[in-house]
Design a protein around this ligand. Structure first.
Ligand code: FES
Length: 125
């Protein structure tokens, strides 16, 4: 099961080598997420309209390895933007991937930039 997680590594802005054009801004629901594919990765992308921010993370939930995080609810935990897995409500920081209500492994997060009408996700490779 860990093999699934091995391909997801948190990427900081400084590490970005590829800006992948994911989709148009209008392809993402306000205050919600959608899943995109990059190489063999599924990436959940969130349009956090209320905060006027965008976030990206692995789509796989490390609790039961289900590809579901893009369908999770987004919200706020003491100022930290978070996503709640739709299956068992484990929550993760969208900033650093930390599991906020348990001790399961963090999720990988990725930088997002908007240029014109397009959403780009940053990857290290
Ligand atoms: S599979 Fe995500 S919380 Fe259980």
């Amino acid at each position: 099961m860990e093999a699934i997680l091995d391909k997801y590594k948190s990427t900081s802005l400084e590490d970005v080598k590829v800006w992948f054009k994911a989709a148009s801004v209008s392809d993402f629901p306000n205050d919600g997420g959608a899943c995109i594919k990059y190489k063999d990765k599924q990436i959940a992308v969130f349009n956090y309209t209320r905060k006027n921010k965008w976030y990206a993370c692995q789509n796989v939930c490390p609790h039961k390895m289900e590809m579901v995080l893009s369908r999770g609810m987004i919200g706020d935990d003491k100022g930290t933007p978070k996503v709640a897995c739709p299956l068992h409500k484990k929550t993760f920081s969208l900033e650093n991937g930390e599991n906020l209500n348990g001790d399961i492994p963090p999720i990988a997060t990725y930088p997002v930039k908007i240029e014109g009408d397009n959403v780009f996700i940053g990857f290290a490779e």
